[in-house]
Structure formats: C-alpha cells, structure tokens
Design a protein around this ligand. Structure first.
Ligand SMILES: NC(=O)c1ccc[n+]([C@@H]2O[C@H](COP(=O)([O-])OP(=O)(O)OC[C@H]3O[C@@H](n4cnc5c(N)ncnc54)[C@H](O)[C@@H]3O)[C@@H](O)[C@H]2O)c1
Length: 358
C-alpha cells in the first residue's frame, strides 16, 4: 500500500513518469484550483499522472494550506490528505514528492530521506552547496532513491539533438547554449503572488541563477558531459517595482537577468541565460537550446528550429525543407519555381537526391 501527499506526491518510478509530465507542462491551462489565469501549478499535473500509474495504489495530498490539498483531492480524485509534512513522514508511505516553493526543497528532501522515504523533487535540487551535499550524503547513507525532475530532458529540441548526437550527425559538439527566458509579466508575478502572500515581492526576487536547471538540463540532456568551471554576470534590474530590489528581496538579490559561461569536461563551452525581464514570447516557448558541432548545428527559437550544415539550413516550420529561396552563389541549389524554395540541384555523382536530416 503506497500513500502519496499532494504537494509532496510522486511515485518512485518518476523517471518513467516524466515523459508524459514534460508534455503536459508546456500546455499549462487555467488554474482549476482558484480560477486565476496563471498557469496551473505543476504539482497538480504530476499528481494527476501519478494517480494514473499502475504501480501506485494511493496518492495523498499535503499542503501547509490545507484547502489546497483538499481541492487537489477533489479535482484529481486523490485518496486523501495528511495534516502536515511531519505526519506524512511518520506514516507508512514509501515515497514522497516535493513540489514546494523553489527555495524550500533542500531541507525537506534531506528530512524525508532521513525519515526513510524515497524522494522525488521538482527543480531545483537545492539552493546551496551545503544543502546539495546534505542530499547526496543522505542518499549515500540511506541507499534510498532520490530523483530531481528536470523536464527539459524531454524538450523536443533536446530529444532531437540527443538523437542526432547519438547518430554522430553533429560531429564533435564544442559549443552549446541553453536559455530559460521567462519574463515576469508572463505569469511569474501571479505565480509568486499565489504562494507568496503579502510578502510576495520578497520572494519574487528569487535570483535567476538559483533556477539554472531548465537551461542546463536542456543541453546536458542531449550531450554527455559536465561543467568544470563557470563565470557568471548578473544584470541589475531597473523596473523599480519592488521586485528584484535588494531592500525587499529575501535573497538580497537585485539581478533579474544573468548569463553564465561554463567550460565543459571535454574542453567545449556552454553558455546559459536566466532571463526574467526579457522581450520574448515565453508563453509560446520559455526555453531555447542551440548545439554547434564540427559538422552541423541546431538552433531552437520560439516558433521554429533550424538544422544547419555546410550545405544549407532547414527549418522545422517548413517540415525540414530549406527555409527560403537560395541565396545567390549557393552552388548545387536552385529556387524551385513550384515551391519558391531552395532545392538541391543535382546530387553529387551517384548520391541520392538530398532531403533534410530526420
Ligand atoms: N517545468 C518544471 O519543472 C516546473 C514548472 C513549474 C514549477 N516547477 C517547480 O515546482 C515547484 C512547485 O511549483 P508550483 O508553481 O506548484 O508552486 P506553488 O507555489 O504554486 O505551490 C507550492 C505549494 O507548496 C506548499 N508548501 C510549501 N511548503 C510546504 C510544506 N513544508 N509542507 C506542505 N506544503 C508546503 C505551499 O503552500 C504551496 O501550496 C517549484 O519548486 C517550481 O520551481 C517546476
């Protein structure tokens, strides 16, 4: 018998779960919990999926705001609520899932592991080296399962780049970019007001680089490797509305945008951006990834993606056909009178007529 609390809901086999979760993530819709226009809390979407999992016999919800837990049970058909995190840890549940605010995960995860529970946590893992070390030590000592749910692993661009990399289509990937471009005006104010109460501005100034996993996860989800050094630049905010104001911020933070450059273990470079004040349609796509290899490159933008190599470039918008008419001086390509697109003239001797990489 497995009991799962709502904001701490998650089955052990999160890894397999994730594939569905990431898709639902992107199609956020109105919050059924309180009718606001902000995206539906991610925890609700996961709880719904866990409830469907054949390996899960019961899902329980816990929230410091009990009405939210009861509403989740009602809305998602969960099996009940528990009064508190401590009551949950004292119960016979096998595992817990943590979907609390992003700066609160570390201590809750360590406490749950030390209480003998397997743990799944929303990103980020934690917000200090000490907390991260504490989780690693707890996992090593308890031999329990800990999983952090980075949904970018399933971003279509990351999935495609992972496949192309495995097939050797990029050559050696030496430079990558990952961006999480989520402007505060596009849902973040509401998200922080939803759980921040009176004091929401102090929380809404959460340092962008303490939420780095979507940008990094979308890159490292496609290419093996890890970073060995980093330098980062923070951009001071100048909106002047009390958010990202050092005097107000509970994190003493006034950076609203930040850029980091990582050296990778294979000698390559990765650049990531965490942007919260940015003219970008993050309601269409809030993450974007680029991969540059010695033989080909791949770039994701808000509404299209580009595969490029030394021959030409293709966009997903045109279902992998050349994106526009041939630029002059492009040997072996001509603009098709029928499609006014640039098509390969004549395959090199014996080569099959070229279509775009699938
Ligand atoms: N794609 C993604 O991976 C993705 C997307 C959105 C949010 N997130 C992450 O998911 C987490 C939750 O996001 P959200 O928008 O649902 O947050 P939220 O602020 O809407 O909900 C957090 C809930 O946790 C409850 N809570 C806090 N501390 C608690 C405790 N000790 N015991 C019981 N309940 C507690 C709060 O009352 C609140 O209802 C955040 O860490 C966020 O970073 C990830």
């Amino acid at each position: 018998m497995i009991h799962w609390p709502e904001s701490l809901v998650e089955p052990l086999r999160a890894r397999r779960w994730h594939s569905e979760a990431s898709h639902t993530n992107r199609r956020a819709n109105n919050d059924v919990f309180n009718g606001s226009t902000r995206p539906r809390p991610v925890r609700g979407q996961f709880a719904h999926l866990f409830k469907l999992h054949p390996g899960v016999s019961a899902v329980y919800a816990v929230d410091e705001l009990p009405e939210r837990a009861s509403k989740a049970v009602e809305q998602l058909g969960l099996d009940g609520t528990m009064g508190s995190f401590d009551e949950l840890l004292a119960s016979d549940v096998d595992a817990v899932a943590i979907f609390t605010q992003r700066w609160t995960h570390g201590p809750l995860v360590i406490k749950a592991l030390r209480a003998g529970k397997h743990v799944y946590s929303a990103v980020p893992m934690a917000i200090s080296e000490e907390q991260i070390a504490g989780i690693i030590d707890a996992v090593r000592e308890t031999k329990l399962v800990y999983a952090m749910g980075e949904t970018s692993f399933y971003n279509p661009a990351t999935v495609y780049a992972r496949k192309q990399h495995a097939a050797g289509k990029f050559g050696r990937i030496f430079y990558t970019e990952g961006d999480y471009v989520h402007d505060m005006d596009l849902g973040f104010y509401e998200a922080y007001q939803y759980s921040g109460g009176e004091n929401w501005k102090a929380t809404a100034s959460y340092p962008p680089m303490l939420y780095p996993t979507h940008a990094i996860g979308g890159v490292l989800g496609a290419i093996p490797g890890h970073a060995v050094s980093v330098s980062c630049i923070g951009v001071k905010d100048d909106r002047g509305d009390g958010v990202f104001d050092k005097e107000v911020s509970m994190f003493d933070n006034d950076f609203s945008n930040a850029t980091a450059l990582f050296e990778m273990n294979d000698g390559g470079a990765m650049r990531t951006n965490e942007m919260r004040r940015v003219g970008y349609p993050s309601h269409i796509r809030e993450s974007r990834f680029r991969f540059f290899g010695t033989e080909a490159s791949f770039e994701q933008l808000a509404t299209t993606t580009l595969w490029q190599d030394k021959e030409g470039s293709w966009t997903s918008r045109t279902r992998w056909r050349p994106s526009r008419a041939c630029r002059p001086m492009t040997p072996r390509w001509r603009t098709s009178p029928r499609t006014s697109r640039c098509v390969h003239l004549r395959p090199r001797s014996g080569a099959r007529r070229r279509t775009a990489p699938r």
